[in-house]
Design a protein around this ligand. Sequence first.
Ligand code: HEM
Length: 479
Amino acid sequence: MITEAFILLAIIYVALMLFFNKVHRKVISKGPPLICGYIPFVGIAVEYGMDPRAKIAQLSEKYGDIFTIYVMGQFITVVTNPVDVAKIYSSPKTFNFFEVGIEFGNRAFTLPRMDDQTNNTLIHDIHHGLQSQELPVLTERANTFIQRDFKNFRSKDWKKVNLVEWVGDIISSVTLRAVYGENCNFKEMAKTFFPFDDKFAIIASNIPFAVKKKTGLFDIRDSFATNFVPRPEDDACLFLHKRYDAFKGVKDLSSIQLGNAMSIIGWAALTNTITTTVWTIYHLLKQPQSVRDEVLDEIRDVLGERSDGGALEIPYEQLSNLKKVDAIVSESLRLHFGVLSSRMCMKKHNFESSSGRSYELPARGLMLLASSHHDPHFFKDPETFIWDRFLHMPSSVIAKNGKSIPLSSVYLPFGGGANLCPGRFFAKNEIKIMVCLLLTSFDMKVETEEEPETDKMKWTLQVGPFKEGNIEIRYKNKE
Ligand code: HEM
């Protein structure tokens, strides 16, 4: 019996290997160099998943600027040269972000595909809402909620908190109330966000739906989705109501799918903002007192002193004048942001790379565009946090081939081109408000002595969080 089972397994394995090699040969002919690994379906997922950034750097060293990796049943072309990245960002029809969203949206959130016109309208509404129409209101709400929450933190004596949990609580509750409305069920939403976010990469991976269902991954996602359908009394953003109306009209849509369609925005709003805030505060607190004083002086110059009642006025229009605070957030994003943004090559395409080579890219092939955040050619001393680096950064840089390229081709924390993250202004505003209130309210110190390590496994599409998730800080009211 055991021998038969063993023979059967061996046959399946050999069949898979033959199929795998056939696919392998087909893809490799005119395309970029292909790195498949030796395990059918899994490909190089294990070594890649351990530290995506290091793996990409290593493969780029060996195979050049463009190569294709095979990970969990999927071929992914990785583009590492910023000149090529800029070219891809500037051709959104050929290299499309929206289709990636549909594919990942479907894998992670099992969403129905809407018609193109509805989709375009929904994306337009999100971009318009977050970047202009509703941005002042969102920022004002965040300001009100953070100031309100801060009153509860006041302490005359030194108090210890876990920075990761503390920031996670504040940013999740503030962001969710700002976007989904003050009366939304933000406590439940936040409670279910963290387990979902922790498993997001695997939920969005190419592993079969049946496995995701069987292993409980979809249960985690569904409990996250449940609380996200906005009710009229919640006072959610306009673009969320429009999204709700569009999805509600889809025939046979389950309530979980409707929740998924609404929760995707909540996930996008929280996943990177929390980690960026944690890193920003951590790095700020690690700066010498002279730097912290310089930043505090800027805050006082721009916003003035606190009123007699202790409130700090933070007008929306003044946030863009906080250049030093902005520079610290930007440097945190540079140092800790993952590697990539993604695009789908829509049709078979001959890509002329900046190195003069031509590669055939397959239709509907997934592409990952690598940032150059750790390349010393663009960022001197790249592994060091230099708080004022972005105060002196030009808007264009010189590539290795001598060409001038926009800074946005090497510095990609919010992606690039037409799909540049629409939430970037809101995220930065929220973080700036936090920093202003922290520095003007409290004396603070980092208690944990070891350098916190980034969780490299989460370093693909997100800002890498702390590995151990425990950084203790001490604070008390300013004298
Ligand atoms: C520090 C915080 C954030 C970071 C680092 C970040 C990063 C990104 C990145 C890399 C993309 C992909 C863009 C591309 O590949 O070109 C993206 C897209 C997106 N982000 Fe953010 N994001 C942040 C905060 C937010 C917030 C607060 C919201 C909402 C309130 C948000 C909503 C979105 C949406 C809706 C998209 C999809 C845009 C589209 O389909 O065109 N993000 N973000």
